[in-house]
Ligand binder design. Structure first.
Ligand code: GRF
Length: 193
């Protein structure tokens, strides 16, 4: 049976990328075929090489040029792109070539605390400053307006009076690890059923 080939794009620590790679290790129908980063220091690069998953580091200019990333995804016959803490905007050429086939994770309950400049710890700081009683994660399809594609799933955590951005970030990371890989898997299965 033909595998669905996914590319994971990550910039930072890479905990979500690693959770995805681990989840799809030995999967009967879904394979992590490529890891792309814009940072040599991305924490997912070493685990990818240990798992014999192809990886590429592209410069920000290459990511934005509308050709390099698209060509790379085509060379690796990628079916689905998963953004796992990827901090650059995906070029329009890629968004158009993968309609409903690009998935992002955002560490808040969108539409709140989304959009330009809202990533990583900045999101958690903003949630704390706004005295929100809950936060969470949104897993969504990427369309031409960054955080505005349709939502696949949202999961909530309470924000307690003694939480700060760091403790909230820890709770969010736990949610991401628990749900992101299985939601990606379910979404891919819903496309191929
Ligand atoms: C995660 O919180 C993710 O939701 C956000 O960026 C963070 C990346 O963490 N988009 P990691 O690199 O996957 O560890």
């Amino acid at each position: 049976m033909k595998h669905t080939r996914i590319a994971i794009l990550a910039s930072g620590i890479g905990s979500n990328a690693l959770a995805l790679m681990n989840h799809f290790d030995g999967h009967p129908t879904i394979r992590t075929s490529l890891l792309v980063s814009n940072k040599e220091t991305c924490g997912a690069l070493l685990p990818a090489s240990k798992k014999n998953i192809a990886s590429e580091v592209l410069s920000n200019a290459e990511i934005e040029d509308n050709q390099t990333l698209l060509m790379l995804l085509k060379q690796h016959s990628i079916d689905i792109v998963v953004l796992a803490g990827f901090l650059r905007r995906i070029p329009i050429s890629v968004v158009q070539a993968f309609p409903d086939r690009i998935i992002n994770i955002h560490p808040s309950i969108l539409p709140e605390f989304g959009g330009k400049g809202m990533y990583g710890a900045r999101v958690h700081h903003a949630v704390i400053e706004a005295h929100k009683k809950s936060s969470g994660i949104t897993i969504h399809v990427v369309n031409e307006n960054y955080d505005e594609g349709h939502y696949i799933a949202q999961f909530f955590v309470p924000v307690r009076a003694n939480d700060d951005a760091s403790s909230l970030g820890h709770k969010i990371r736990t949610l991401e690890q628990r749900y992101f890989p299985t939601v990606v898997e379910g979404y891919i299965n819903s496309l191929t059923d």
